[in-house]
Design a protein around this ligand. Structure first.
Ligand code: PGA
Length: 251
């Protein structure tokens, strides 16, 4: 039975002080809930946020990580640095990193491998653009993102991996995939994981949906059999919508 996993990707929002206050409000609000909850603030907020949620069941994640241990990589952050401040989860391959910073499947794969070798949990983001969907390339794009992104990952290491299906055209646009479109993309991703790692691994892998998830659509999306949670952007930036998505998600 897969656990429900709701994650908030704060992107480039909040300064450390306000992030800590908000994180504490989330931690207090979810303390008796069974849902797995994660928040991913910007790097500079991570120390304050990890401190603010200490002892709670809220997971704190980074939005990105470098694929090397240390060295001359100006502007980058390593797994060791994150782990040292108590951050053991990282989002890899978000579409904004693919789109604005040229991250390829091969590069994303290096980050995935490096992060799991360093015992971190990874949320691997995949998803097609509207042009890719409209030109009939949805399956090919997802297959490349999964097969290349998870290349070299062992069956055992798959327990460190969560996949987030985020159709690019639904991110921050207010457009959401219909529950049945999303569910069929999730089912396809699960079949790719089954081909690569076997049926048991596929059945155990959490696949989150992302792209304009909000209180009004969360329940319907989470009710789909292949959707195991959400990676939420805009609606995770304030307490009320984020909590109502968490609450709506209980199956
Ligand atoms: P959104 O972002 O909820 O604002 O569409 C989702 C994401 O990018 O993870």
């Amino acid at each position: 039975m897969r656990e429900l996993y709701i994650a908030g990707n704060w992107k480039m929002n909040y300064k450390p002080g306000e992030a800590a206050v908000f994180a504490k409000q989330i931690a207090d609000a979810v303390k008796n809930l069974k849902v797995k909850v994660m928040i991913a603030p910007p790097f500079v907020c991570l120390p304050a946020v990890t401190e603010a949620v200490k002892g709670s069941n809220v997971i704190v994640a980074a939005q990105n990580v470098n694929d090397h241990a240390s060295g001359a990589y100006t502007g980058e952050i390593s797994c060791d640095m994150l782990k040292d401040i108590g951050v053991n989860t990282v989002i890899v391959g978000h579409s904004e990193r693919r789109q604005y910073y040229g991250e390829t499947n091969e590069f994303i794969n290096k980050k995935v491998l490096f992060a799991i070798e360093n015992e971190m949990d990874v949320i691997l983001c995949v998803g097609e653009t509207l042009e890719e969907r409209d030109s009939g390339r949805l399956e090919k794009v997802l297959a490349d993102q999964i097969n290349i992104g998870l290349s070299g990952v062992s069956e055992n290491q798959m327990e460190k991996i969560t996949v987030a299906y985020e159709p690019v055209w639904a991110i921050g646009t207010g457009k959401t995939a219909t529950p049945s479109d999303a569910d069929s993309a999730h089912a396809y991703i699960r079949s790719l994981i089954a081909e690569k790692f076997g049926k048991t691994v596929a059945e155990n892998t959490i696949i989150q949906y992302g792209g304009s998830v909000k209180p009004a659509n969360a329940k319907e999306l989470m009710a789909c059999s292949n959707i195991d949670g959400a990676l939420v952007g805009g609606a995770s930036l304030t307490l009320e919508p984020f909590l109502s998505i968490i609450n709506a998600s209980k199956k």
